[in-house]
Design a protein around this ligand. Structure first.
Ligand code: ADP
Ligand code: MG
Length: 585
């Protein structure tokens, strides 16, 4: 008896499906790609139960006749490839003929299509790879594919699904990416009956349309911080919208890379992107949609089962072109003004001197939790010479530039950054209230609104209960507008500050697996403090003394939650030295 058995077709098809179809969003991505390959100008998507219930995609593309419809379900059935070499000259998204076969293996499938010239439309229906019914259908232009009960026959795989909100967010992202890369196509997305996206194909040029879509998809806040970049080298073009260096984000949630309009996760592209910002990042992340156009023969999209990664034939060239383009377009242009007024000899924006991709060892971009928001907070200690101000009695002298408070003490002149000190005090008070479970909440007379991208909105909704426990009562108004009804009474937000706060927050919370409870608390506290205080406030003498009393009680009175100093001393001897006197004051 031989031990080796040949697997049955059923098992083989499920294994193949496992490679291509990881989650509902992978199905959607494949269906959208097929619609685009069919020349659609309109793609309408309906989702139910986070894609587990139903994924329906309608397109007005060229359609299939009855024969092609039957053939399309077979393994390696494709109209896009004839010889293996064709892979290197393809302009289509699909070419392996595996998507429909894989989806069919693990779901109930119904496809209806009509091709111009055919006698009528045609419909084919089945489940788990078996055809159950074939029927004529009305001659409606294009194709509708319905995928129901995904993974109904592979319970082990179904278990790997994340919660509904996470799967929905992946689904929305698949549509957002397709819409960013295919500006001439109308996209509409409806989830559980609610319209989430409706992106008409507008007349107008590339940039105008890209900007319109980016504003819709990224949300106004992120969009406002984007700048246009464009670069070219022989055989390659780069263009897109990317963050200005003064508008970086807390996470990399809003980064989209496309190679010949195919969305990809490429470490090379990401590193080149970061590299272009040189030293301007300081732990923060650029956002953007970056498009690379290459000769089809100079990259391979066949190295990843879901075609999410690509391999380039000339990595160094690509790395350099991207990082130089970003550097020149964003950093040089955007900071030219700053440079002109910067003191001579202090050029913060020196060329990053881009080494080749292979030579250099770019550290992975830091993740949100350690991303510079509060990472320095506990590490810095006051200089050894500075006397401990907390033991000294203070006399308030006045305020400088509506920003700094001046105090006299036995040790000299104490200069306090009132903003940083307030942040520190609020930060600790808030965290204390949080850990005692008693955050004082104040309803807002006028609720504040913030516009978010759809996927950010999903994240905020997913964290709604937790945010509630953090003192923020949030509500959804419309697909992309969040409403703040109540906030911790410690904080005061203006409308734009709240919008920015929520934007950061949704990005950080979007990576929940990595964020432990105390880290999340720290992040929310840091950001809320920063956003809730206005610099350049006039402070009355009593207020300044109260602030110092509060600061005295904090655990780290020397640093704001971001790690910047809150105060410094000009000692008596320092002052005396400046007047060329010996001794103290
Ligand atoms: P691939 O896209 O790699 O060719 P698929 O399994 O995704 O493989 O699709 C198989 C074939 O079915 C395609 O090559 C195409 O001819 C046809 N097809 C699939 N979806 C559509 C559609 N929406 N409109 C027209 N033809 C389609
Ligand atoms: Mg395909």
């Amino acid at each position: 008896m031989p031990e080796i058995k040949v697997l049955t077709e059923e098992v083989v098809s499920k294994i193949a499906a496992g490679e291509v179809i990881e989650r509902p969003a992978s199905v959607l991505k494949e269906l959208i790609e097929n619609s685009l390959d069919a020349g659609a100008s309109k793609i309408e998507i309906e989702i139910r139960k986070a894609g587990r219930g139903l994924i329906r995609v309608y397109d007005d593309g060229r359609g299939m006749d009855s024969e092609d419809l039957r053939l399309s379900l077979g393994r390696h059935a494709t109209s896009k490839l004839n010889t293996f070499e064709d892979i290197y000259s393809l302009a289509t998204f699909g070419f392996r003929g595996e998507a429909l076969y894989s989806v069919f293996a693990v779901a109930r499938l119904k496809m209806t299509s009509f091709r111009a010239g055919a006698a009528s439309g045609f419909s084919i229906e089945g489940e788990g790879g078996r055809v159950i019914a074939e029927t004529p259908a009305p001659p409606v232009k294009g194709t509708t594919i319905e995928v129901a009960d995904l993974f109904f026959n592979t319970p082990a795989r179904a278990k790997f699904m994340k919660g509904d909100a996470a799967e929905r967010s992946h689904l929305i992202k698949a549509v957002e990416e397709a819409a960013l890369a295919n500006l001439g196509v109308f996209f509409r997305l409806v989830i559980d009956g609610a319209e989430i996206l409706s992106l008409p194909a507008l007349p107008g040029g590339l940039w105008e349309n890209l900007k319109n879509r980016a504003a819709e998809i990224f949300g106004r806040n992120v969009y406002k911080g984007l700048a246009r970049v464009e670069g070219k080298t022989p055989g390659m073009a780069v263009y897109g919208l990317v963050s200005r260096p003064d508008a970086l984000a807390a996470t990399r949630a809003n980064q989209h890379f496309f190679v010949n309009r195919r969305p990809v996760n490429s470490a090379l592209l990401r590193q080149a992107f970061y590299r272009g910002y040189g030293h301007m990042l300081t732990g923060r992340h650029p956002s953007g949609a970056l498009f690379i156009e290459l000769d089809p023969g100079s990259f391979d999209a066949n190295i990843h089962p879901q075609k999410r990664d690509v391999k380039f034939s000339s990595e160094n060239e690509i790395f350099k072109t991207i990082s130089n383009t970003i550097y020149e377009e964003v950093l040089l242009k955007q900071t030219a003004e700053v440079n002109m007024t910067a003191p001579a000899g202090e050029n913060k924006f020196a060329s990053p001197d881009v080494p080749s991709y292979r030579e250099q060892n770019v550290p992975p971009p830091p993740v949100a939790e350690t991303g510079g928001l509060f990472e320095h907070a506990a590490q810095q200690q006051p200089g050894p010479a500075a006397p401990d101000w907390r033991g000294q009695s203070l006399v308030y002298l006045g305020q400088l530039a509506k920003s700094y408070l001046l105090f006299e003490s036995a040790a000299g002149l104490l200069v306090v950054d009132q903003h940083a000190a307030q942040e520190r005090v609020l930060f600790e008070k808030y965290l204390e209230e949080f850990s005692k479970g008693g955050i004082k909440v104040q309803p807002l007379l006028v609720p504040l609104e913030a516009e978010l991208s759809r996927s950010q909105m999903e994240t905020v909704l997913k964290w709604k209960d937790w945010l509630n426990s953090a003192g923020f009562e949030m509500e959804q108004r419309g697909p992309s507008v969040a409403l703040l009804r109540a906030a911790p009474s410690l904080f005061y937000f203006t409308q734009p500050a709240f919008a920015e706060f929520l934007g950061y927050l949704s990005e950080v919370l979007g990576e929940p697996e990595k964020a432990a409870e105390d880290i999340k608390r720290n992040i929310i506290a840091t950001m809320a403090c920063k956003k809730s205080i206005k610099a350049h406030d006039f402070v009355k003498p009593q207020e300044s003394m109260r602030l110092m009393e509060d600061l005295r009680k904090t655990r780290d009175s020397y640093h704001c939650p971001h790690g910047r100093p809150t105060l410094f001393y000009l000692s008596g001897s320092d002052i005396a030295r400046r007047f060329q006197r010996s001794g103290a004051l």
